[in-house]
Design a protein around this ligand. Structure first.
Ligand SMILES: Cc1cc2nc3c(=O)[nH]c(=O)nc-3n(C[C@H](O)[C@H](O)[C@H](O)COP(=O)(O)OP(=O)(O)OC[C@H]3O[C@@H](n4cnc5c(N)ncnc54)[C@H](O)[C@@H]3O)c2cc1C
Length: 398
């Protein structure tokens, strides 16, 4: 049976939980707020299925094959605005829905917990748009997907690379009607820390929120913000990576899942049909597409993906590029995040402090932080953001 001796050996995909024929595995939160399988040994028949379906025990090799690469933008401006980058995911999902398929992705519940759920029509897809930088709970979705595939329905499943390898391992069989989409993933932060952040914002604003966007294009794509919307859909909070404490926690790698620091899914050649991620350097590929409204890098791994791309390209503005160039220098695709030395202490505090105290202690809004935000907004509004950023990078390198 599966035994997690070291936390870094479990990515929390839920494959074992979905696969257990006796249903004697539960996923339980640890004190850092991450889910791990717990086996009821009294009911376990030691069939070994849980080990067979584990994507970390049976990690797929990074073996070379032919890939197609594009930079893409959804032609629908509203979809693109609501999406993290260019709205590629919605275009893929819409194609699947046109085939009568069902789509799975990460969405908020009414309390802003992040879970994997399904959507059956185009309107419902909006809940998947915009990345939620917190680990999503896949619940029983792997078994649901299997039932739909067995009944010959088309299914699109999106998620982090570990979730997609987890699903594939769970299925242990290729299904022609399954389309998988993974993201290039920095790492996944703790749901407990996300809850602390939500409690802090709820205390501060005392209102019901209608939506929270980790990557809103309030100022533009290149300086995106964490945006909180009130019940009327009005933005009441827009803070970028320089100031917002949750984004600062995410990019400082202080609250990621232990397996993220030794991620075995970081690679170019993947088991998915599509890999999607940000494209800030649009002008390097095609100057005409550089409008600061968001562009997705799209890497296609399979003929199934190529076929679907042919069908959906009417919904996209796109440029074909070389796969080598598209992936060149993409650190998050190949390297795990660095361990933050304050991580252990941060989680002790996360269990003992309020959200306000925790974020105030680790990510205070100092004069320097406020000044950085003011300068960034000034540069953005005066149209010199990209130039200023490049100059800053060059100066810092010296
Ligand atoms: C945790 C995480 C880390 C990422 N790190 C990077 C990075 O370091 N560099 C980079 O270039 N891009 C990263 N991305 C990808 C990027 O944020 C966009 O998802 C990508 O550019 C596609 O954008 P889009 O506009 O085409 O799709 P969108 O419409 O934004 O669709 C988002 C897709 O991501 C899925 N998703 C959202 N949140 C989660 C979640 N918590 N868990 C699993 N799936 C989720 C949705 O189901 C949907 O399929 C990350 C995404 C996530 C979720």
């Amino acid at each position: 049976m599966i035994k997690i001796d070291r936390k870094e050996d479990c990515c929390g995909c839920g494959s074992c939980y979905n696969a257990c024929p006796k249903q004697c595995i539960e996923m339980r939160y640890d004190n850092e707020g991450f889910l791990y399988p717990e086996i009821d040994i009294n009911n376990c028949i030691e069939c070994g299925v849980c080990e067979k379906v584990c994507p970390i025990i049976h990690v797929e090799k990074d073996e070379m094959f032919l890939q197609d690469a594009y930079i893409v933008q959804n032609k629908d401006d509203k979809i693109r605005k609501e999406s993290t980058s260019g709205g590629a995911f919605t275009a893929i999902a819409e194609s699947v829905i046109r085939h009568g398929g069902i789509v799975y992705g990460a969405a908020y519940d009414s309390d802003f917990n992040v879970n994997h759920v399904s959507a059956e029509n185009v309107d419902e897809l909006s809940k998947f748009r915009n990345s939620k930088y917190v680990q999503s709970d896949t619940k029983r979705t792997f078994s649901e997907v299997e039932s739909y595939l067995k009944s010959n329905r088309m299914v699109c499943y999106s998620g982090t690379p570990c979730q997609i390898e987890g699903l594939k391992r769970y299925l242990r069989k290729d299904y022609e009607k399954l389309v998988t989409v993974d993201v290039v993933c920095h790492a996944v932060p703790s749901p407990l820390v996300w809850r602390k952040y939500l409690d802090m914002q709820n205390d501060k604003y005392g209102k019901t929120f209608s939506n929270i966007l980790f990557r809103d294009k309030y100022y533009g794509y290149k300086y995106s913000t964490m945006t909180i919307k009130d019940s009327d859909g009005k933005s009441i909070y827009n803070y970028g990576i320089d100031t917002d404490p949750m984004l600062r926690a995410f990019f400082s790698n202080i609250c990621d899942r232990p397996s993220c620091y030794k991620c075995v899914f970081k690679k170019r050649y993947r088991v998915s049909d599509f890999t999607i991620w940000d494209c800030y350097t649009v002008s390097k590929f095609d100057k005409k597409l550089d409008d600061d409204k968001g562009t997705t890098r799209l890497l296609i791994h399979t003929d199934k993906g190529r076929h679907l791309f042919e069908e959906m390209k009417c919904d996209l503005n796109y440029t074909k590029v070389s796969a080598n160039e598209l992936t060149d220098g993409v650190k998050e695709m190949f390297e795990s995040v660095d361990y933050n030395e304050n991580r252990e202490k941060f989680f002790i505090d996360a269990n003992n402090k309020s959200g306000y105290e925790l974020f105030g202690c680790y990510f205070p809004e100092t004069i320097k932080v406020k000044a950085e935000r003011t300068i960034r907004i000034f540069c953005y509004k005066t149209g010199i953001y990209s130039i200023a950023k490049n100059v800053f990078k060059k100066v810092m390198k010296r």
